[in-house]
Ligand binder design. Sequence first.
Ligand SMILES: [Fe+2]
Length: 465
Amino acid sequence: MEKMKRIVVIDDDPMNRKLAEYTLVQNGYDVESAGSGQEGIEVLKKQKADVVLLDFNMPGLDGMETLEEMKKQLNLDNTKVIFLTSASFPMEQGEMKKWGVTDVILKPLRSNELLGSVKKALLSEQKDKMLVVDDEKMNLMLAKRLLGTSYDVECVTSGTEALEYLLREKPAIILLDLHMPHMNGLEVLKILKEDEKTKDIPVIFLTADGDKETEAQIFKAGAMDYIQKPLVAQVAIQRINRIIELRHLQSSLMDEVEKKTRQLEESQRKIENLSMQIMLAMTGAIDAKDKYTNGHSNRVAKYSRELAIRMGKTSKEIDNIYCAALLHDIGKIGVSNDIINKASKLTDEEYAIMKSHSAKGANILSKISEMPELSIGAHWHHERYDGKGYPDGLKGKEIHEIARIIGVADAYDAMSSNRSYRKALPQEVVRSEIEKGKGVQFDPEIAELMLRMIDEDANYDMREK
Ligand SMILES: [Fe+2]
């Protein structure tokens, strides 16, 4: 794991120190604070900091004097300074850079701004690593001198040494000499491209010959660019910076896309869970109406899903069929409990009211426009294949497939579970009823699948007892 970054806060205002400490510790920084410039210098003498937050106006040593003392007494090459000030700030950009000041925060202090500023300071701390591979020592010295201020330059004199270095380190970019003894630049690049760990490191060739053929060869091998030797500082730095910037943008873009995708998936998952929970709650309300058929909707949904799987439906279709079956009897909410739970035979009038549950259900579910399948199941699950069902007397394939599936599953559950007026029917009776209903009450193909399910269910325990 990466070493914890250390931040030292120097401010005479205890409330500011407290806020800075709290914010930074919460975000994983190692924080120490001091109430005066002098105390701050003592703290830094004991242990260096990556970033110093320095109050500009303090009694005793003020911010600027503290910074001057810090520079005098300590080696602060790798320490960045952020000034905190409540008034306008007198330093100019160039001067700030000379002193290692990366930012100025105007008080009152706010956590977010503070964090952003610290992150910025830490980023500015890192120089990108660069590997330069060239068999001529003169070229390496030149590269180091020209590029060393902008990059953390590592020089090696052969392809073999470069490969060794790359086992340990991952530079942001590689400058690779084309012509080298033993292993030339193209050979080195080929090896880099074959290794998962190194294949994405951008490579720029260094070459003295600028002919078209070489150029083509270099790009074909997967190099990002090439620079003519002898190196001209301005050209080299521009070309290198451009490529490194591009890489940084690319990787932060990829991070961002990944983050957003995760967030999106998470919220989608939540919405799906929520819809499912709402549907199950509604299912509970439906089944609570009928004290003799407890769990009916859940079982019909389960059988319907199994039929859909055996019909080779896609997973989305299977889910839709499951949900439609869960809610197929929702219209019963609009039928009085007395009729639903009546143990004796229904009168014609009561039977008509009972039958109205399919149209009522369709009406209720038609409001859920995002899932039109839901109302299909409720609307037509009492249609019969021979056209003698209700509410519309539809026939054969006129009946929507979802309703035909639910029709079979519904009938199976009605026969295989206990009712107010009878016990569950024996499995062989259920089987023969389904068999008899093929092409009469039921879609013959779907009924056939149900028969297979029954035959596979040797102990008659597919139903929930
Ligand atoms: Fe029904």
